[in-house]
Ligand binder design. Structure first.
Ligand code: HEC
Length: 108
């Protein structure tokens, strides 16, 4: 039992450590600002979700969302379209988009 608790504690602190940067960015976010910014994304990431090789982003976990956007912005992830889009967004905008997309219904 003690070991079990220890493992849980370890995992939660590990997640906090891994996502520290992401959480800071999410804390800057504003859902309504995110909704406003999302109009541009909807052109490719359709409301209904998946189509033609473009992944659905509705309902995505906010921390994962931020991590992906940072990876595109720093060009760690290769897609040139998303590199260009993420490159134009500051931390506050990415945090707002993360909050907004995380509350949407994920695709079925
Ligand atoms: C011109 C079309 C286009 C637009 C506009 C666009 N995206 Fe993308 N997005 C893509 C494509 C294509 C991919 C898949 C890239 C890859 O395979 O790495 C992608 C991938 C992503 C991913 C990673 C999804 C995953 O599951 O791996 C996120 C997050 C994302 N886009 C967010 C956004 C946001 C936020 C916006 C608006 C600010 C946006 N995108 C606008 C085409 C677009």
């Amino acid at each position: 039992m003690k070991i079990f608790l220890f493992v849980i504690l370890f995992l939660t602190s590990f997640c906090k450590f891994v996502f520290a940067e992401e959480q800071k960015i999410i804390a800057m976010g504003d859902i309504e600002f995110g909704e406003y910014l999302s109009a541009e994304c909807a052109a490719c990431h359709h409301q209904a979700g998946i189509s033609k090789g473009i992944p659905a982003i509705n309902g995505m976990d906010a921390e994962v969302f931020v991590a992906l956007m940072l990876a595109y912005r720093s060009k760690e992830m290769e897609n040139p379209i998303m590199q260009m889009i993420a490159g134009r967004l500051d931390d506050e905008q990415i945090g707002s988009l993360a909050l907004y997309f995380s509350i949407l219904e994920p695709p079925k």
